[in-house]
Write a protein that binds this ligand. Structure first.
Ligand code: PBG
Length: 324
């Protein structure tokens, strides 16, 4: 049969398929989220996230040696605090010498080349389990900025390279940027969780941190999964307020949002391949229902293809191990 166009010719061998492959993944694309907790010699696996652990600082440093030897250059650290350290105003988040800040400075000391990203939000330290200050069942925006600012400065002093406000309060990027600049931290980057949705896919992470909201949900600050135009507003504001990266979170169900931000903004776009997405693939693969490794590649590739340059993913280490 005479066919002028036979698209299959470009798929006929591995060599040609590789030649025409448009999107590729590299360890350079990844930020590996890690969890630190109090204590020593602890490596406690998170039940809903096979192969992901909460580490005490000593074991975290050991793990980081392995992670950086695999070529991973960026991590994002989250703390797990006991209930006894939590209060309404998340004061533990900026007290000097507290677990998280100590961990940041030790990591920076031992791994100076690592790009060290933090999390800015109240929830790991909040007795209400919310990202902002709660009063009469409401989240107070402007009062929360004050705490976020204190956290940002404390993390900057501890040696963070990239600050990650994940709280979704209005105006926080500009507020933090100004504080940083006033204190001489003009080189510290901000990766804003710009389009962060009120998602069911954060469940395993909240297990990891014991940080689930004590009442209600996060819908008055995190975005409605039905909306994409709001993501343009959030992206615009964050860019104008001085963000260096715009993030979309979660990733898999929001590929159109990643694409929209990537088409509309010149800043590098990051996507957070969140805990629930990781858990789904792991669970299905442990049941023998899908090939976990292939599913991992395919999904990570789709995030990059949609327009994310940076991927925060619990798969980062596994990906690097498979590459090595
Ligand atoms: C909260 C925060 C969350 C995640 C990162 N920062 C959870 C939430 O908003 O409740 C989720 C990450 C994940 O699910 O992997 N500030």
């Amino acid at each position: 049969m005479m066919l002028i166009h036979r698209p299959r010719r470009n798929r006929k061998s591995a060599a040609i398929r590789d030649l025409v492959q448009e999107t590729t993944l590299s360890v350079n694309d990844f930020i590996f989220p890690m969890f630190v907790m109090e204590g020593t010699h602890i490596r406690s696996e998170i039940k809903s996230m096979p192969n992901i652990y909460r580490f005490s600082l000593d074991t975290l440093l050991e793990e980081l040696k392995e992670v950086t030897d695999l070529g991973i250059k960026s991590i994002c650290l989250f703390p797990n605090y006991p209930e006894s350290k939590k209060d309404k105003y998340a004061t533990e988040s900026y007290k000097s010498g507290t677990l998280y800040l100590k961990a940041l400075s030790e990591i920076k000391n031992k791994f100076p080349d690592l790009a060290l990203m933090t999390d800015i939000a109240l929830d790991p330290y909040s007795s209400d389990g919310h990202d902002g200050i709660v009063e009469n069942g409401k989240i107070l925006n402007d009062e929360t900025l004050d705490v976020l600012g204190k956290m940002a400065l404390a993390q900057a002093r501890a040696g963070a390279d990239i600050l990650g406000p994940s709280d979704m309060m209005d105006g926080r990027v500009g507020y933090i940027r100004e504080l940083l600049d006033d204190e001489g931290f003009s080189e510290i980057s901000i990766m804003s969780y710009s389009a962060k949705y009120a998602s069911a896919f954060y469940g395993p992470f909240r297990d990891a941190l014991d940080s689930a909201p004590k009442f209600g949900d996060k819908k008055t600050y995190q975005m409605n999964p039905a909306n994409v135009k709001e993501a343009l507003i959030e992206g615009q504001l964050d860019m104008e307020e001085g963000a260096d990266f715009l993030m979309v979170k979660p990733a898999f169900s929001y590929l159109d949002v990643i694409k929209t931000l990537s088409d509309n903004f010149p800043l590098p776009i990051a996507a957070y391949n969140v805990s629930g997405e990781y858990a789904m693939i792991k669970a299905a693969s442990q049941n023998g229902w899908i090939d976990g490794q292939k599913a991992m590649y395919e999904l990570l590739l789709s995030i990059k293809r949609a327009g994310a340059k940076v991927i925060l993913s619990y798969f980062a280490k596994e990906f690097a191990q498979l590459k090595a």
